[in-house]
Design a protein around this ligand. Structure first.
Ligand SMILES: Nc1ncnc2c1ncn2[C@@H]1O[C@H](COP(=O)(O)OP(=O)(O)O)[C@@H](O)[C@H]1O
Ligand SMILES: [Mg+2]
Length: 331
């Protein structure tokens, strides 16, 4: 099989700028058929821009984006893609059933409308006018619209915004049912838990670049396996970065948090230095991994970088901050 047969989405050196902002800044990414991938990043990271590129809504300034081995526009026209975008247009003044029927009619091999409504959890809303629904209900209508064509690739940009907890749960159930049927799903989110719980693979995007790519477990490991926290007790934090295993040092008031590859060696060294007041050792969470891999926590990238247990991490480059300590918790 050629790459084209197996690849649903491919970005090669894709760049998209808005004036001085490099919204997508040299992205290389292949998503195989049947994968469920989360594009995880903070607000402004470049998720929607990347999705716009892959749907052919924007042209890259440089690089190439392809869907199923063809230009995005062609694959979209051929009905192979269903999308739920973030910038929703105003709700049309038609019923839910009419809207989904219309959209389905434009695809070569749509799923039955009743099935799309059922999957989106809105079978009971078929006769209701779209412009008179709640925000959460409209969101589910948009999901039904994305599903209507029975597309090989489903693209969902922050799909759970505006959904309450119960609707969120139902939404992910439907998404997974769709993915299990062999379809490819790409969804964006800024919720770590969503990415971890509902994707096979997490692609972390930060300032237009891919900061990490792997399973949730791989992300946790690559960001530094453990955290060791102690009280500073008036000591200077300088020098802690040199302790065995330590990758990064963060100071929060009188507490210091060391991200370490070898918590035993770090703890022993701290003990030898007599600095173990308030000692705590914990496994890094995905949250920690995310912080370490993105904007303010760039110091967490592994020493030497390169490929780490299946993850691709960028080299410690020009604009990855190497700060240690004192960073803000912004997620
Ligand atoms: N149409 C636009 N015009 C100017 N800047 C834009 C436009 N769309 C996005 N941007 C900028 O590009 C960056 C990435 O935005 P976006 O892709 O929407 O991020 P995300 O979806 O991850 O929140 C941000 O800095 C944003 O302000
Ligand atoms: Mg967005």
């Amino acid at each position: 099989m050629t790459q084209t047969d197996n690849t649903a989405v491919s970005f090669t050196g894709a760049v998209k700028t808005y004036g001085a902002v490099r919204a997508v800044d040299g992205v290389d990414l292949d998503i195989g058929r049947g994968e469920t991938v989360a594009l995880l990043g903070r607000n402004g990271a470049g998720k929607s821009t990347a999705i716009g590129l892959l749907l052919g809504l924007h042209e890259p300034d440089s690089g190439v984006v392809a869907l199923f081995g063809a230009a995005p526009e062609r694959s979209v026209r051929a009905g192979r893609v269903g999308a739920m975008l973030q910038d929703a247009r105003p709700a049309p003044r038609v019923t839910v059933g009419e809207l989904v029927t219309f959209v389905a009619s434009r695809y070569p091999a749509p799923m039955p409308v009743a099935r799309a409504l059922e999957l989106a959890g809105i079978a009971d809303l078929a006769g209701r006018r779209v412009d008179r629904l709640s925000g959460g209900q409209v969101q589910r209508v948009r999901f039904a619209v994305a599903l209507a064509g029975d597309p090989a690739l489903l693209v969902l940009d922050e799909p759970t915004a505006a959904l309450d907890v119960a609707a969120r749960h139902a939404f992910w159930e439907s998404m997974r049912a769709y993915a299990r049927r062999g379809h490819t799903v790409l969804f964006s989110t800024h919720y770590l838990e969503e990415a971890d719980a509902h994707a096979d693979r997490i692609v972390v995007i930060d300032r237009g670049r891919i900061a990490a790519d792997g399973t949730g477990e791989q992300l946790r490991r690559a960001a530094g396996g453990n955290l060791v926290c102690v009280d500073l007790a008036g000591r200077e934090p300088n020098g802690l970065a040199l302790l065995p295993g330590v990758r990064s040092v963060e100071v929060h008031g009188d507490r210091v948090r060391l991200r370490t590859d070898d918590s035993d060696a770090t703890v022993i060294a701290l003990a030898e230095a007599g600095a173990i007041r308030g000692l705590e050792v914990a496994q890094a969470s995905l949250d920690d991994a995310f912080l370490a891999l993105t904007a303010d926590g760039g110091a967490g990238a592994p020493k030497g970088s390169g490929a780490v247990s299946g993850m691709r991490l960028p080299p410690r480059g020009r604009d990855r901050p190497q700060r240690t300590g004192g960073r803000k918790e912004t997620v």
